[in-house]
Each structure stands twice: as C-alpha cells, then as structure tokens.
Design a protein. Sequence first.
Length: 87
Amino acid sequence: MNKFVGYIVAAVGLLGLAVSNTKAEVIQKFIPISIPDSVSKFVLLLSLALVVLGIVLLFGESKPRQKTKEVPIYEGKEIIGYRREKK
C-alpha cells in the first residue's frame, strides 16, 4: 500500500514541478494552467517536497519487522536445532 501511495504522491509532485516551470512552452501546450510568479516558487517547493515524500514512501519498509528470538530445540541433552519465537 505504501508503494502505491508513494507513486501517486511522486507523480503529483512531478506534475507540480512541470506546471511551476513557466518557461517550458512545450509543457504549457499540454497543461494549460497558468500560475502567477508570486505563487510559482511556493508550488515549486511544495512539488519538490511531494516528490521527496513519494520517494521516501517507495523505499521505506512496507512491513514492520517482527522481533523474534531463537530458542534451542533439545533432544535429550543435545541441541538439534533452533526455532524462532515471537516476543
């Protein structure tokens, strides 16, 4: 689930980066959104933060690690193996 959300957040951030770049005429043809210069820096910083957050979600742990300890298995007085036991 975290990876899916990470992809979505990163994609929204990349879209925001593309829209905030007002000098790119090719992007303006495909995305006809005009952002004033006073807001452009805010959108740029917010988009950059979204991209970083998306990358963190993508590469973060998706499953929490379970703490286990190894317990010996005895057969008589000899240890024949170990098993993992949840704490």
